[in-house]
Design a protein around this ligand. Structure first.
Ligand code: F6P
Length: 379
């Protein structure tokens, strides 16, 4: 066993779950115990569990059969230490969180999560003086400082498989199918899955779309190539050009007031983005449209081997950094290496798709419509 500057750690998972969390917990814990003799304690239900001091010891025996298990054995929540609902009040529980971490003897608190978790962990360090470490987890792939976050590959695989299936039914019925995928305010999941599954149109938050350009593309596709079906992949955070100019998506009520809403039900029923696109494109092209929203299916189930490998690599490297006493960093992928990045550089920064990204070029070069005319993106 190698000597370690760290004797005891807490691990928590925070934010939306995703496949690979258990593989990462397993990687950290096994390497920490086996290689460095570090004691590992699981904190339940994210930062709320820390505030409420709910913990469980992590050992080799409670890590059997978790490598392939989706979700998180520790439970998760979206609670923030600085603004936590306590009964009917919102309270700053930073001090309690830090005191509990210290009372449990944590030399470092390891937080597995996405953008919000990076911020919350950094807050515990900055405001409370607690040493922390993070690992980048999210199907959205929008954590700064890393080439990829774990969970993304699994969600991408699920979304691409679903789009493959929609292709055959869209073809048979000559329909436009609008598929809404997750991704929050970044288009990685929509773009990756859309390219992998050969979507005809991909709409992402980074490129506000022009519905006229989408209509033109679909009509041209039919006229020139005789294609009577189309697959439109839309990221949940996509916005039209008008919405981007307004700085917001108009409220549901406005949308329904603007339209002949008799068909679409009462004013207060939320019309999804995909639903709105289906309604518009059906009316504009005369082709029947249908909607599929993949939702939480993208976050469930068994992680892909690529994610399991990534989580294990991130986890064991985290243990190496802990043994060296390298705290207040995020363990990240850069190129072929697993590195540590100062948390200060990552917290609060969202990684969206740069307009010069090669995936956008690839999509355009295979003839995919990105919601605007090609000359707008590459003048
Ligand atoms: O951040 C992951 C994510 O799945 C986003 O893609 C999505 O917007 C959000 O979480 C959904 O959150 P919830 O599970 O709380 O509905």
């Amino acid at each position: 066993m190698t000597t370690s500057k760290t004797r005891c750690i807490g691990i928590l998972t925070s934010g939306g779950d995703c496949p690979g969390l258990n593989a990462a917990i397993r990687g950290i814990t096994k390497a920490a115990i086996q290689d460095y003799g570090i004691q590992v304690v699981g904190v339940l239900d994210g930062f709320r569990g820390l505030v409420e001091n709910r913990t469980v010891p992590l050992k080799h025996d409670n890590l059997s059969n978790v490598l392939t298990l989706g979700g998180t054995i520790l439970g998760t929540s979206r609670d923030k230490p600085a603004k936590m609902a306590m009964g009917d009040r919102i309270m700053d529980m930073t001090d309690v969180a830090v005191q509990n971490a210290r009372a449990n003897g944590f030399d470092c608190l390891v937080c597995l999560g996405g953008g919000g978790t990076q911020k919350n962990a950094y807050h515990l360090h900055k405001a409370g003086g607690l040493d922390v470490m993070t690992l980048p987890k999210t199907i959205d792939n929008d954590v700064a400082g890393t080439d990829v976050s774990f969970g993304y590959d699994t969600a991408l695989t699920i979304a691409a498989e679903a789009i493959d299936r929609l292709h055959t039914t869209a073809t048979s019925h000559d329909r436009i199918i609008i598929v809404e995928v997750m991704g929050n305010k970044a288009g990685w999941l929509a773009l990756g899955a859309g390219i992998a599954a050969g979507a005809d149109v991909i709409l992402i938050p980074e490129i506000p779309y022009d519905i006229e350009a989408v209509k033109e593309y679909l009509i041209e596709r039919r006229r020139r190539f005789g294609k009577r079906f189309s697959i439109v992949v839309v990221a949940e955070g996509a916005v039209s050009k008008e919405e981007a100019a307004l700085g917001a998506r108009p409220s549901t009520e406005t949308l329904f007031e603007d339209e002949d809403n008799g068909v679409f039900g009462p004013k207060l029923v939320m019309e999804s983005l995909a639903g709105r696109l289906a309604r518009q494109l059906q009316a504009m092209t005369g082709t029947e449209a249908r909607v599929t929203s993949l939702g939480h299916v993208q976050r469930g189930g068994v992680p892909t081997p690529t994610d399991r490998l990534l989580c294990t690599r991130l986890g064991v490297r985290a243990a190496d950094f802990l043994a060296k006493g390298r705290y207040n960093v995020m363990v990240a992928v850069q190129g072929r290496k697993i590195v540590s990045v100062p948390l200060a550089e990552v917290a609060g920064v969202r990684r969206t798709i740069p307009l010069k990204h090669p995936w956008l070029d690839a999509a355009m070069k295979v003839g995919t419509c990105l919601g605007v005319s090609r000359s707008e993106l590459r003048p």
